[in-house]
Design a binder for this molecule. Structure first.
Ligand SMILES: Nc1ncnc2c1ncn2[C@@H]1O[C@H](COP(=O)(O)OP(=O)(O)OP(=O)(O)O)[C@@H](O)[C@H]1O
Ligand SMILES: [Mg+2]
Length: 412
């Protein structure tokens, strides 16, 4: 707060007067505030004044209240009395003076200002706003899957990529399970691991398996969903999920498709996305040493991530999921076939050799197509011809969407 003499010539609005009526407090347009001692004047709260500062009693002149440029906003008239009007704007109720020269009534959507009151009617109908559901425990629990639930996948279901699996267990499962020992040693806790790699390389699948194996609570948040379904409440939702996770003995928060939220926070970035990233950073920085939570975030566009998310103590560990090599593909085909009825032996080696550049998800899709073929021909198990037919169908789909094998020569 400054003495009024520093602000000569500026427009101010009186925000209060001391009990003895002597000292006048005011706000300036630039958001700063100040005071002066009045002598003879009788300013009161709400007066708009011009600071002049010429001798005692001449330090300010009252000017027309309309001289104070008002910030205008949009709202719906809820109550209209002779002297005041209550307007609901941005979920809050604001009280403004009622003015006689503008005709409006309850239910109108209006443009208004704190000092000017209603300036004009924009619509006779109330503007519709989305009724936001409350975020309670039940909502938070919808994001949670218990690690020990039945039918969970295990590491045995995950084919190939053994070094990826090993590194993930080391960075996530071990710290969750040996939290106290690591704290005793004084190691800096691993808070965030980023899974990167092309679509369908098992990022989501491995995150779920680790949660189940580590007997950790698993919260899964999808980037796009947090914006569509939880628009306007995403920050609150994140905060509640992090709170809940911190209370668990061990927990993983899995943030899928984080790039949809955490693109560079440049000028183009949507304000809402900026706020969600800021909230995520605050929450990750806020973990204390007693909480046993690891955040896993997955993306196939790591280059788009805000660099602030990659700083130490945040998502500073990265595991890259490559497309599977031939040995990986063989293992994936064998493992994804295990839960199916098949007439063995099946030509896994042949298919593995023919699927250079395929993702794990595309390999798994062969079985869906093969099962359809088997059922269409009244077979109760997948035969060689179904398997090969399934392979060809997925191959054709890949070609249609332009997902041709990475290396020439294998597309025969
Ligand atoms: N290593 C694997 N072993 C067996 N099946 C796998 C493997 N990786 C992926 N799959 C199969 O592919 C499906 C899709 O994988 P997942 O959703 O984990 O990929 P993703 O990397 O998360 O992809 P996206 O980037 O598109 O989200 C899985 O549900 C599973 O059926
Ligand atoms: Mg995924």
């Amino acid at each position: 707060m400054t003495d009024a003499t520093m602000n000569i010539g500026m427009l101010a609005r009186v925000t209060g007067v001391s009990a003895d009526g002597h000292r006048v407090y005011f706000d300036l347009r630039n958001g700063k505030s100040g005071w002066f001692d009045q002598d003879g004047d009788d300013f009161s709260t709400g007066d708009v004044i011009l600071l002049s500062g010429e001798g005692p009693g001449q330090r300010a002149d009252r000017v027309d209240a309309d001289a104070w440029p008002d910030d205008l906003w949009v709202g719906v008239v809820r109550i209209k009395l002779d002297d005041v009007t209550v307007i609901e704007a941005s979920g809050r109720h604001r009280m403004v003076p009622t003015r006689a020269d503008v005709a409006y009534e309850v239910g109108n959507t209006v443009e208004a200002g704190e000092v000017q009151g209603v300036v004009r009617v924009l619509s006779n109908e109330p503007i519709k706003y989305i009724d936001l559901p409350a975020i309670d425990e039940e909502v938070v629990n919808r994001f949670r899957t218990e690690g020990s639930a039945d039918g969970q996948l295990t590491f045995d279901d995950f084919g190939g990529l053994s070094s990826v699996v090993e590194r993930a267990r080391e960075l996530i499962e071990l710290p969750l399970q040996r939290h106290e020992e690591l704290a005793t040693i004084g190691a800096r806790a691993i808070k965030g691991v980023l899974f990167t790699g092309p679509p369908g390389t098992g990022k989501t699948m491995l995150a779920r398996i680790i949660a189940a194996q580590a007997d950790a609570a698993f919260f899964e948040i999808s980037g796009p969903e947090i914006f569509s379904k939880w628009y306007g409440q995403s920050e609150e939702l994140l905060r509640r999920i992090f709170d809940a996770a911190a209370k668990d003995e061990r927990a993983i928060i899995f943030f899928d498709e984080i790039d949809s939220v955490a693109a560079h926070r440049d000028d183009d970035a949507h304000e809402a996305s900026r706020r969600v990233v800021a909230q995520l950073l605050t929450l990750m920085d806020g973990f204390d040493s007693t909480s046993n939570v690891v955040v896993i975030a997955a993306t196939n566009r790591p280059q788009d991530l805000d660099v602030a998310l990659r700083r130490p103590g945040r998502l500073d560990w990265e595991i890259q999921f490559p497309l599977p090599g031939v040995e990986d593909r063989l293992d994936i085909l064998i493992k994804t076939a295990r839960k199916l009825q098949t007439l063995d032996p099946l030509p896994h080696k042949f298919v593995a050799a023919k699927t250079d550049g395929w993702s794990s998800a595309e390999l798994a899709a062969i079985w869906t197509e093969a099962s359809l073929l088997a059922v269409a021909d009244d077979r109760s198990a997948i035969f060689v011809e179904d398997y090969l037919g399934g392979f060809e169908r997925v191959e054709r789909q890949r070609e249609r969407i332009g997902n041709r094998p990475a290396k020439a020569g294998s597309a025969a």
